[in-house]
Structures are given as structure tokens and as C-alpha cells.
Design a protein around this ligand. Structure first.
Ligand code: EPU
Length: 421
């Protein structure tokens, strides 16, 4: 378990480069399974999830070369991956890997489409909600896959290949839309995806698939049409900037005050969240370099939010916004509609002195004058984010995946990482 010691109470100032989006990088890496040719991905973020997916894809036979750093590259500069799935040697993804990161379940569609079979473990439990995969299985069935669930695994077969179909989701799902897009790209004929997720990461993946030879219309809207191909070719694609990382830092500045440039960030990727932040009294301007976020000493204005699929306020920024509202001058209501259990951070914020009560899917946050440091646990995926390389000693699969060893950041005597803000 990593520990971070934070000395708070200061304004944030400076420049932070924004990484490539995790939630685009993962499905883009999985897209490499769709072609025998090389897929080159630029601006891949340096995250534990990426390292784990490298390892999982490696198990299937994908060769991944990571280009070395160039002189002058920042410590956290994006990586360039060359992925080659010429020879898929194994179509099974085991429980001990899939349970560590849910998105690795998404390999099932591309493996089935390319190889006619796949055996992938069900992902198991998750800290933010039940997160079933029924829509994913519906996608595979609609495209002609035969599905059996046995001993915790989904066994999918399509001896005569997949064929295009109409897929209509009962609820918007990012992962199931990715699954439908990726899988339909290698299914014969046309597929129409209705009630599709409109997140920018969906559009980014569709752009990469188009560069790989797929014909896709409507990505970024709720109806997507895909003309399946027998084969896809290699391509080069750069991962779009991470809107959640952008929003997280923007909220940190809103909370502490200060003036920070989020280099490379794009305001069009998080309009709803930025509008909400502006409502709290934070100044945000788009410049050639990126997004400039500042707040002077004035109080934080309370704002109510409801999480929604894109283009609404993202669930992945809900915990961060709650932290901000816990210092607001008044009461705000935060409603979570995407995941039923994404309030685990409430009790941790209470340990810092926040005044928050829960009423079903709504948190009522009464802003307090000051928060005080305390030991807290990071529960939610986004209330805590594992930036940069994890300690390799405790992550043997990363060492096996060829992740580079780096010196640990400075630790204090108790073994906490020292970060001053
Ligand atoms: N759902 C089902 N059945 C399914 C799939 C989803 O009922 O088969 C439900 C979920 O339980 C949830 C809703 O549909 O209530 C939306 O879930 P979605 O499928 O959109 O979530 P996801 O694809 O598993 C992605 C992101 C999450 C982000 C959500 C919502 C990735 C790798 N993950 O998850 O990101 O919170 O969309 O925007 O793209 C994170 O990055 O920290 C993270 C959790």
C-alpha cells in the first residue's frame, strides 16, 4: 500500500502537463488485438493500469515496444507504444489479472472477432458499485457469439465469424459502447449502436479505428454506424488529453486558491464540469498552452451537481467536487446517478472535518471554514489515483511487463512519500 504525506494549507501555483486519457488509452491498446499489423499509440499515460494491460495483452501474444524517452522529455511525458498482435497465442484472460482492472474484460470482443473464441474471467467486485457486464454479453450475442458462463469465466465462440447487427442499450454504458465499436469493426456488414455513450474517449477510439480502415459514422453522438471489415490495418494515433485529470487539478486550484496552467488540457472535453467550477467563483480561461485556472482569496460559492453520462457532469469528478464543496460558503447537494456506491469518500472527508450527510443517492455538503489534516484512506478510483510508476517490488507483473524501474520519491522516516503543496 502506498502512503502519501501532504502538508496542506498553501495556494497552488505553476504548470502541470496533462497526461493522455487513461480511459481512451486502455481501449486503444485493446484495439491492437484487431489487426495483424502494428498499432502505434502516442501520448500513453504512465499509470499502473496501463502497465497491467501491457502485461495482459502480452499474455495473449501482443508484442509491445515502448519507445525510450527523448532528451528534454518531462518525467511524466506520454509514452509511445508499438503494439503488434501478429500472433495471438492465447485467448484466455485469467481471473487474477481481470479482477485487478475491470477494463481488461474488454479484450473479450476483439479476441472473439479475430480468433473465433475467447475465455475471459468475470471481473468480480468493485469499490464503486456492482458494475455488471450484462450489456457486454448482449453485444457479443447480438453479433452472433455463443456465450456460456462457467466457473467464473465467460466462454465466447463464433466459429463462423461475427455479423453486424442492431445493438440498442437500455442504459448508456461507456464500456459496452467501446465493446460494440471494437467488436463490430471485425463483424461482417453493418452494425448500428443505439443509445451509445458520447464520451470523448469513444470518439477517440473511433478515430483510431477509422485510421485502421474501419468505416464509422456518428461516434460522439448516441447513434453510431459501423461497417465491419474482414481485416483492419495498422495505424498511428495519439491519445487525447485526460479530462478527469484536468478537472481534478482544476478543483484542487479552486480549493486552495492560486494560479495554475494545465498544459495540453482542452476545455471542450469537460464543458459541464468547467461551467460548474466557474459557478464556484473559479476563473478558467483557454489559452494556446492549455487551460489556466485561478482563484483569489474570495469564498467558494456552493453549487449543486448531478452526475450524468457525457456531456453532463462526470461521475469521475464527483469525489473531487465534494472535497471542494466541503470548504464552500454554504450548502450544496451532490447527486450520484451513475454508480450506486460511489460515496465511500464521504467518511474519509469527515475525518478531515467535512460536514456531509447522505440521503439516498444525494450527499448534502455543508461547507466548513477549515479542514484539518488526518490519516485517511483512498477508496474510490478517482479519490485516489496512482500516478507514475508503481513500486515494482510490490507489482511483479509490471516488472515482468518490462516496466522501467525508477528511484522512489523521497520518503520520510515512517515511509510516507513527501509531497509539499
Ligand atoms: N452497466 C450495466 N451493465 C453493463 C455495463 C454497465 O448495468 O454491462 C451500468 C453500470 O453499473 C453503471 C452504468 O451502466 O451504473 C454506467 O457504467 P459504464 O459501463 O459506463 O462504466 P464503465 O464502462 O465500466 C467507464 C470508466 C469509468 C467511469 C464510467 C462512467 C473506463 C475504463 N472506465 O466505466 O471510469 O466512471 O465509464 O463514466 O473507461 C475511472 O476511470 O476512474 C472510472 C471508474
Amino acid at each position: 500500500m502506498d502512503r502519501i504525506r501532504i502538508h496542506g494549507g498553501r495556494a497552488l501555483n505553476g504548470t502541470i502537463p496533462i497526461s493522455g486519457a487513461k480511459n481512451a488509452a486502455l481501449p486503444l491498446m485493446i484495439a491492437s488485438l484487431l489487426t495483424e499489423e502494428k498499432l502505434i499509440l502516442e501520448n500513453v499515460p504512465r499509470l499502473a493500469d496501463v502497465g497491467l494491460l501491457q502485461y495482459i495483452l502480452g499474455n495473449h501474444g501482443v508484442d509491445i515496444t515502448v519507445a525510450g524517452k527523448r532528451a528534454g522529455d518531462e518525467e511524466n511525458a506520454g509514452q509511445t507504444f508499438e503494439l503488434s498482435a501478429k500472433n495471438i497465442v492465447d485467448t484466455t484472460a485469467p481471473y487474477h489479472l481481470v479482477s485487478k482492472m475491470r477494463a481488461s474484460f474488454w479484450v473479450i470482443g476483439p479476441l472473439l472477432a479475430r480468433m473465433g473464441e475467447a475465455k475471459v474471467s468475470l471481473p468480480g467486485g468493485c469499490a464503486i458499485g456492482t458494475r455488471p457486464v450484462d450489456f457486454h454479453l448482449d453485444v457479443l450475442r447480438a453479433l452472433g457469439g455463443e456465450i456460456e458462463i462457467s466457473e467464473g469465466y465467460v466462454i465466447a465462440k463464433a466459429k463462423n465469424g461475427l455479423r453486424g447487427a442492431k445493438i440498442s442499450f437500455p442504459k448508456v454504458s461507456v464500456g459496452a459502447t467501446h465493446a460494440a465499436l471494437l467488436t463490430a469493426s471485425l463483424a461482417k456488414g453493418e452494425s448500428v449502436i443505439e443509445n451509445a455513450a458520447r464520451e470523448p474517449e469513444i470518439k477517440d477510439v473511433a478515430d483510431c479505428l477509422i485510421a485502421m480502415g474501419s468505416t464509422i459514422e456518428g461516434a460522439g453522438t448516441s447513434t453510431i454506424r459501423v461497417q465491419g471489415r474482414d481485416k483492419l490495418n495498422g495505424a498511428r494515433h495519439s491519445v487525447l488529453p485526460d479530462r478527469i485529470e484536468t478537472g481534478t487539478y482544476a478543483m484542487a486550484v479552486a480549493m486552495t486558491g492560486g494560479d495554475v496552467m494545465l498544459a495540453g488540457a482542452r476545455d471542450d472535453l469537460l464543458v459541464a464540469a468547467l461551467d460548474t467550477l466557474r459557478g464556484t467563483g473559479t476563473k478558467i480561461t483557454m489559452t494556446n498552452e492549455g487551460l489556466r485556472v485561478s482563484r483569489n482569496g474570495s469564498g467558494i460559492v456552493p453549487v449543486d451537481v448531478t452526475t450524468e453520462p457525457f456531456p453532463g457532469f462526470p461521475t469521475d469528478l464527483q469525489a473531487q467536487f465534494m472535497a471542494l464543496m466541503s470548504r464552500a460558503k454554504g450548502t450544496s447537494r451532490i447527486r450520484e446517478t451513475i454508480f450506486e456506491n460511489r460515496f465511500m469518500h464521504v467518511q474519509e472527508l469527515a475525518r478531515l472535518g467535512a460536514n456531509i450527510s447522505l440521503d439516498g443517492e444525494t450527499a448534502i455538503v455543508q461547507g466548513v471554514e477549515k479542514l484539518k489534516g488526518a490519516p485517511v484512506m483512498a477508496t474510490d478510483l478517482r479519490a485516489w489515483r496512482n500516478h507514475g510508476p508503481p513500486r515494482l517490488s510490490s507489482r511483479p507483473w509490471l516488472r515482468a511487463a518490462g516496466a522501467e524501474a525508477r528511484p522512489l520519491r523521497r520518503l520520510d522516516r515512517a515511509g510516507n512519500r513527501l509531497i509539499r503543496v
